[in-house]
Design a protein around this ligand. Structure first.
Ligand SMILES: [Zn+2]
Length: 381
């Protein structure tokens, strides 16, 4: 994996480093991520709930929702899932975003082809250049979500019938660790992919370099969105999840179903494409207008109505993240024959790659994977 420039790595955490506000170092902030975890755990099929409890040993999705951020900063044992704990690793920072330049055009339907041009994480290197295309899938949020889905979907490689008990045990431990790692990333990164300023940048680190005043506090535009436009300081994750579930229950089911239509890749891209268009058509124009109205201000006041204007948009993004996360879990763990109900196990393998079966990447070869808080080993085409 190519090492990213310091500038790129700062994208998510720049607000924290510049403004010394620890909360800005998180993506969506801990409350937003946990709320997505709470909701998704409720939405997956009973079969997937069982698979999750087998893999996580009773630890819940909200409890692991922020581990990928903790890993970057200080390392993490992720609610006790990793012993020894994963070491701090800030080179995973680019996995949390993709800086599609604000000037790009990304149609919402279908989003796939347009986003394929922006596989590289950093806008400075994005576009259909050879360099950008070469290693892009490892680095950005989309490639990492795809990879996690593949790991969770793959059954353990078959061992020879005469394998020694030690070999069987060692493989089981490796696979368990990889699946925990995949869940840790998937739960977090699919939510990050729905933060509009994680998928867009105006050469400003996704809004981290835009200094604003919101609710009397100087921060970056990016961190206002990470804090769910004030919700993070007003309520805990459980309360936010309840609020969002209630909001979702008032939407027509057909609208919610529309969020998970198409192939897996299209569903993943749809989340990114929507967020990009919200940033391009709403967040940045609003910010530029506020900036133009206050030309002498070193920080841009966002106005008293910013919360009432933008919070419903942020809430919908979290709802869509939860629905799509549950879908990705159903389409990965729910399609893994190892977790099929025992009565169906014999026929599960044949059906395992049915509906929503296509991903651009090859099925991962788990036998050689080393995904220990470092770069995952991705199959190369
Ligand atoms: Zn993140």
């Amino acid at each position: 994996m190519r090492l990213k420039s310091g500038r790129t790595i700062l994208s998510c955490a720049a607000g924290a480093l510049i403004l010394l506000q620890p909360a800005a170092a998180f993506c969506w902030g801990p409350v937003g991520h946990e709320a997505v975890g709470f909701m998704a755990e409720d939405m997956v099929t009973p079969q997937v709930q069982t698979a999750l409890s087998q893999i996580l040993g009773g630890v819940t999705l909200d409890q692991i929702a922020n581990c990928a951020d903790e890993l970057r900063e200080a390392g993490t044992d992720c609610a006790g899932l990793f012993d020894p704990p994963l070491q701090a690793d800030d080179l995973t920072a680019p996995w949390h975003f993709v800086n599609i330049p604000l000037s790009a055009k990304v149609s919402q339907t279908p989003a796939t082809a347009a986003i394929d041009q922006y596989k590289d994480c950093d806008e400075a290197a994005s576009g259909p250049t050879a360099e950008a295309m070469k290693d892009s899938m490892e680095d950005c949020v989309r490639g990492q979500v795809q990879f996690a889905v593949q790991v969770l979907r793959a059954p353990a490689p078959e061992l020879p019938a005469d394998a020694a008990p030690g070999q069987v045990q060692a493989q089981a431990a490796t696979i368990l660790r990889q699946r925990r790692m995949a869940l840790m990333y998937l739960v977090h990164l699919e939510a990050d992919a729905h933060q509009p300023l994680h998928v867009t940048s105006d050469n400003d680190e996704g809004g981290n370099a835009e200094k604003v005043v919101f609710q009397g506090r100087r921060q970056s535009l990016h961190s206002v969105w990470d804090g769910v436009i004030g919700a993070q300081s007003a309520m805990d994750a459980k309360a936010l999840a309840e609020l969002l579930k209630k909001d979702l229950s008032q939407l027509p089911q057909s609208e919610i179903d529309g969020w998970t239509q198409g192939e897996l890749d299209a569903v993943i891209n749809a989340g990114i494409g929507e967020g990009f268009n919200i940033a391009k058509n709403t967040i940045y124009p609003d910010y530029f207008a506020a900036k133009a109205a206050n030309p002498r201000e070193p920080t841009v006041p966002l106005g008293d109505d910013y919360q009432s204007k933008m919070q419903p948009i942020a809430f919908r993004r979290l709802e869509q993240a939860a629905v799509r996360l549950a879908f990705l879990l159903d389409q990965s763990l729910g399609q893994n024959p190892e977790f099929a109900p025992s009565a169906e196990k014999s026929s599960a393998t044949a059906g395992a790659w049915r509906k929503h079966g296509r991903l651009n990447l090859k099925k991962p070869d788990l036998s050689g994977a080393t995904w220990d808080g470092r770069a995952p080993v991705l199959p190369k085409n």
